[in-house]
Design a protein around this ligand. Structure first.
Ligand code: SME
Length: 162
């Protein structure tokens, strides 16, 4: 059973993400702002980053963009690898409560216990994803998922307008 984040904090951070979205001059700056916001404000979000599909790449490739947290060896991830590849290829949010038990998991930090990856859609197609790792097991409950999906949606909408 996932442990819940403070609901008041979730609400506050949701509002702040909406504000960032209306004020950030570009989608790129919005992505950076969201990584900083989630990493700094949400206690259990220890690594927060965007992977975006490389334009025109064949086979498709996820490339690390803005992130906050420890350096990761996984700067480029094919769609048939990792939790990241699973979320991008299925177009569905993937929540992993215990990364040790998931054979798809590509290790980024030894401290990571749980992970969530949410696709970013642009005009109905996956354009990238928002990936969050936690040092806490089962860190992502329903309200976390909803917050992170909201942030990914803000980025997708913003990309649609560029
Ligand atoms: N754990 C991810 C790789 C990216 S790092 O977490 C930053 C995966 O399994 O795809």
């Amino acid at each position: 059973m996932a442990t819940t984040s403070n609901p008041r904090k979730v609400d506050e951070v949701r509002k702040e993400a909406g504000r960032l979205s209306s004020e950030a001059p570009t989608a790129n700056q919005l992505m950076e702002g969201i990584t900083v916001l989630l990493n700094q404000q949400m206690l259990k979000y220890n690594w927060v980053g965007f992977y975006m599909l490389e334009p025109g790449a064949n086979p498709p490739m996820l490339v690390l963009g803005h992130y906050r947290g420890a350096m990761t060896p996984h700067t480029r991830i094919p769609l048939n690898q990792g939790i990241c590849g699973a979320a991008a290829s299925s177009g569905k949010t993937v929540v992993v409560d215990d990364v040790k038990k998931d054979l798809r998991y590509l290790a980024c930090s030894l401290e990571t216990k749980s992970e969530i990856v949410v696709p970013v859609f642009v005009r109905g197609k996956v354009a990238g994803e928002l990936d969050i790792d936690s040092h806490f097991p089962a860190a992502f409950a329903a309200e976390d998922r909803e917050l992170i999906e909201y942030c990914a949606e803000l980025v997708g909408k913003r990309l649609e307008n560029e």
